[in-house]
Ligand binder design. Sequence first.
Ligand SMILES: Cc1cc2nc3c(=O)[nH]c(=O)nc-3n(C[C@H](O)[C@H](O)[C@H](O)COP(=O)(O)OP(=O)(O)OC[C@H]3O[C@@H](n4cnc5c(N)ncnc54)[C@H](O)[C@@H]3O)c2cc1C
Length: 467
Amino acid sequence: METWISLLIPGAIILFFVVHYLRGLKKKERNWEAAAEKGKLYSEGPKAQHPHIDSNLCIGCQTCTSVCPEGDVLGMVGGKAAIINGFKCIGHSLCADACPVGAIQMVMASAGMSAEMPALTGEYESNVQNLFIVGELGGLALIKNAVNQGRECIDAIAARVAAYPAPEDACDVLIVGAGPAGISASLRAIEKKLRYITIERDEVGGTVAKYPRQKLVMTSPVEFPMYGKFKKMELSKENLLEFWQKVMQRADFKVRSGERVDDIQKDPGDGIFTVTTSKSRYRAKAVVLALGRGGTPRKLGVPGEELPKVMYRLIEADHYVNKKILVVGGGDSAVEAALGLAHQIGNQVTLSYRQERFSRIKTRNEQHLQDATKAGKLTVLFNSNVVSIRPQSVTIDVNGHPRELANDYIWVFAGGTPPNDFLKKAGVQLGTRDLTTEASNEARHAALARKQASRPQIRTSLVGAEM
Ligand SMILES: Cc1cc2nc3c(=O)[nH]c(=O)nc-3n(C[C@H](O)[C@H](O)[C@H](O)COP(=O)(O)OP(=O)(O)OC[C@H]3O[C@@H](n4cnc5c(N)ncnc54)[C@H](O)[C@@H]3O)c2cc1C
């Protein structure tokens, strides 16, 4: 009898946990199915970098769903990982890193999707020899990718310079842009003792410097030149810029800011580039383009848009109080700007979007937006388009009916025009890249390298355990 009881109690405890686990799993599955339905409703699927899951390899362990910082990009459908809200993926690739069986690869675009992109080699070299393209301009977003590519392309350049040094009157490498890719490339050039010039049309930090104040930046551990392993996963924009500043100062990194590169031409004779900027002219053996894809902000093209009250970037929302504000756009940048402005004293904020619903914003932004509209801090006008702008007002077409709003400021978040003309002028061929395979291969190599690196360690620890 006693044996029965001693078996029954642990049995009941185990059963309790199993039932509890299975119930939790069922609930999660229901939520994933609902999210998948909603994902289908709101979007045609992923538009940029996103995970590709090999369902033959997937073991349904849910590691990927638990590590994704964006929430419900992935879910489990029929016991396997599946993309349920692909449009929300911003390419952190934590799912691919975490997958224990290498079933996830990051790909650039859905099959059949095309993009006008420069064709690049594995060393990020364009069709123009010694002209390299790194960071977001090459097609991959995210700070960690920009840092990795900036570092890696300089390694390739350093090897070439060692074999064939640049002439005295030319630098080894000229880097255009000082965002994360350009900073990383410049610091690596210092590390490799190359003669470098870095030119930035604006300020150091690139897109990161233009994030709204105190924006939380998600990143991944990355090898940062002149520093070593940078391990932070999330930090404020200010802290990230401060970190870069410290490393740049220590490395005595010199950047020519406030200078725009206008033209790059290669001498067919000696193969040296002549780089013409708004202030000067330089000669370089190699050029690294780290321009980002922001390019020039896309405009609305309506009368009155040239007024100084129309802006395309918001950094300090708290500089604007007691104002009548219109924000135009339907992405996270527009929504975050509208929310930031709506929380300042006395502001009346209207968010105008040309579609009938938001289809690609983060769940937390969607929630904050609902809260703000319920609290009367913000008005959203769907199916609306700005028609004309005047100093004190703006006319918007809402569902085919013109409406005039009193207005002090307008922010437009309609994306940017990538610098494709600039690239073409430099001789870079743009074309429809098979982005899916290309990124898959890159990810496959990285996954393989990770696995190979981790194998000996596992074996050693097992041997240790046996002994
Ligand atoms: C709102 C927002 C939030 C984001 N959040 C994150 C996040 O949390 N985590 C993350 O990893 N990524 C995030 N990203 C993406 C990330 O910021 C970019 O992928 C990254 O900045 C790309 O780096 P880059 O160096 O390639 O280009 P950029 O950062 O765009 O830098 C390009 C630089 O080149 C300069 N330049 C351009 N043309 C010229 C010229 N002709 N002459 C001289 N200089 C020139 C520009 O002024 C700029 O400084 C976010 C992006 C946005 C817009």
